[in-house]
Design a protein around this ligand. Structure first.
Ligand code: ZN
Length: 307
């Protein structure tokens, strides 16, 4: 697999709490794409400075595929360590500038992060030379309406963020919260299908070559979501709470009703789709996470099923 990527492309495969970090090395300056979660910033810094990373060399630029907390959480720490400029998709630059915790899904989803500042807004369809390779920034709305993916045509490499994973893609907002999200997801998968992608470096999970099979799975996931709005709401609910659970490692079951009632996204999803009193809603959400095998109850706590 790894020799499918040119030698200057280094992927640090992380986990579900932290996005992968892609380091594009060049004598003209190293460029990092995505910085992981705030709580993992020390590990992210260590990986960048490792032998496989930049060593002692500076970082010329930090780029983000989109501004969700698991992709930009290390921005502040990296900016501080390296003094490098930070570039985000143009559609999100104003949101970051005014630190819109709702649009960026920080406070709104219970995912607060360290604040950072944007130096460059990356326009869709702009071209950049990073790691001595030419990358096209392509608009990839859906999971995140301002997201970009980065495509190197010569090697058929797609840095896909959360627009395409080996098995699916990042959660999508249900139509009552964002009517454009699902149609945009379809349009983005169509756009990716038209590219000559031979290797995908996703935002989460190992890089993969079986692009057609991944697109097939993404299409069928999308079709299932399109058939059933409730399924979209359940996916958004589970993905976001699981993320917080991975960060905190455990959450007290008896505090969950109040927590879910406090955090905007959960309160809104409940009001729109489930209409349950807080305790019943918490019971429902916990049941959903247990059913999917993601979480379990232990002595009054909710915890990730693994680790
Ligand atoms: Zn995301």
């Amino acid at each position: 697999m790894i020799n499918m990527l040119p030698p200057q492309v280094h992927v640090f495969v992380r986990d579900w709490l932290s996005s992968n970090n892609v380091l594009l090395k060049s004598r003209d300056g190293h460029v990092l794409i995505d910085s992981g979660h705030t709580s993992h910033a020390p590990l992210t810094l260590a990986l960048i400075a490792s032998e496989r990373g930049t060593g002692d060399a500076p970082l010329a630029l930090l780029v983000n595929t989109h501004c969700h907390s698991d992709h930009v959480g290390g921005n502040a720490a990296i900016g501080q360590r390296y003094g490098c400029p930070i570039a985000v998709p143009a559609a999100e630059a104003p949101l970051v500038e005014r630190w819109d915790g709702k649009a960026l899904l920080y406070e709104y989803c219970g995912h607060p992060i360290d604040r950072f500042h944007v130096a460059h807004a990356l326009a869709a369809d702009s071209t950049h030379v990073w790691g001595d390779l030419e990358w096209q920034a392509l608009s990839a709305p859906g999971h995140d309406m301002g997201a970009l993916v980065f495509y190197n045509e010569a090697h058929g490499i797609l840095i896909s963020g959360d627009a395409l994973w080996q098995n699916g893609f990042g959660f999508v907002m249900p139509p009552e919260i964002d009517a454009d999200a699902l149609p945009a997801t379809r349009a983005t998968l169509e756009m990716i299908s038209r590219l000559d992608v031979r290797v995908v470096i996703p935002g989460h999970g190992e890089p993969f070559l079986a692009v057609a099979a991944a697109l097939e799975r993404a299409w069928s996931t999308l079709a299932a979501l399109e058939r059933d709005t409730l399924r979209i709401a359940r996916y958004a609910l589970k993905a976001n709470l699981m993320f917080t659970l991975l960060d905190r490692r455990r959450m007290a079951l008896d505090e969950l009703p109040a927590y879910l009632d406090e955090v905007g996204l959960y309160r809104e999803l409940n009001a729109l789709y489930f209409r349950l009193p807080p305790a019943k809603f918490a019971e429902f959400v916990v049941g959903e996470l247990e059913k999917s095998g993601a979480a379990k109850r232990i002595d009054g706590w909710l915890a990730p099923a693994q680790g």
